[in-house]
Design a protein around this ligand. Structure first.
Ligand SMILES: Cc1cc2nc3c(=O)[nH]c(=O)nc-3n(C[C@H](O)[C@H](O)[C@H](O)COP(=O)(O)O)c2cc1C
Length: 251
């Protein structure tokens, strides 16, 4: 197994950090390798705003629903959909930018942000750091817009922690996935395999959590219901519109 496959096969979210610093050289390398990721039409419509400031980390932790591990990480990175920078290019040739007013624009931004998040995390992990993606930034989007001074045509979509993992966190068991045949389909989607797989996963997940002392919430089905019977964030439409975005077909 080569080193890349080994690293990806052992990937996990880590929420326990030692408090050791990240060197400036490592941080720069992590950010620069994230910037190397592909972007739709080479638009480069993602920017990063990051902070190492302890007071800001504490504030971010609170804004993300009091997630303790954010307070204890070394760097918090926000992935921002950024059509502001591109609008300057269009302005300079007398063109009006409309992409942020379309569903396509939001989807492009979301896909590109996800790709960059993954690149950044892989890069950080290859240097011995650990990360967790933070979608909970969308619990308080307006506060993040203020905190990071985000102009119109930008949107704070998702974040990531970076820190040095504790030994215990590094060695924690990997969270199981749905059976492979219910995930990867050759030639066409198979709903029978999807259904069988998700039922099987309910058992796999229960056993995993019971075995690892996490049986306070053992059911995947119930966990999903707690998130997916409603939208668990708020003000998403309102905050996108506030930033100059709309989610509609442009033609
Ligand atoms: C877009 C996205 C947002 C996430 N948001 C959070 C978050 O706010 N807090 C958190 O602790 N984990 C968050 N996670 C991590 C997931 O909970 C985690 O990936 C999942 O439980 C699987 O565990 P694993 O990454 O250890 O395999 C997020 C993951 C993704 C991809």
């Amino acid at each position: 197994m080569n080193e890349v496959i080994k690293q990806l096969s052992n990937r996990r979210s880590v929420r326990e950090f030692t408090g050791q610093c990240i060197s400036n050289e490592d941080l720069e390398l992590i950010l620069k390798t994230a910037q190397r990721c592909p972007t739709s039409v080479n638009g480069q419509q993602i920017s990063i705003v990051y902070t190492k400031n302890k007071e800001k980390l504490e504030q971010i932790s609170k804004l993300c629903g009091n997630q303790e591990h954010i307070k204890n990480c070394e760097v918090f990175v926000m992935f921002v959909i950024d059509y502001n920078r591109i609008s300057h290019a269009l302005d300079s040739i007398g063109e009006e930018q409309m992409i942020q007013k379309s569903a396509e624009g939001i989807i492009v931004g979301a896909v590109d942000a996800g790709i960059m998040l993954s690149s950044l995390q892989t890069s950080a992990e290859s240097l011995g750091y650990a990360t967790t993606a933070i979608g909970a930034v969308r619990l308080n989007v307006f506060e993040f817009i203020k905190l990071f001074n985000l102009p119109k045509n930008t949107y704070p979509l998702v974040g990531s922690t970076i820190g040095v993992p504790t030994k215990k966190a590094k060695e924690a068991p990997l969270k199981p996935r749905v059976p492979f045949e219910a995930f990867a389909f050759e030639d066409k989607y198979d709903d029978k395999k999807a259904k069988d797989g998700i039922f099987e996963y309910e058992k796999i997940f229960k056993e995993f959590r019971q075995k690892n002392g996490m049986d306070y919430k053992t059911s995947y089905n119930k966990t999903m219901a707690s998130f997916y019977t409603k939208s668990y964030t708020r003000d998403i439409k309102k905050s996108f519109e506030h930033q100059g975005f709309t989610f509609k077909d442009s033609n």
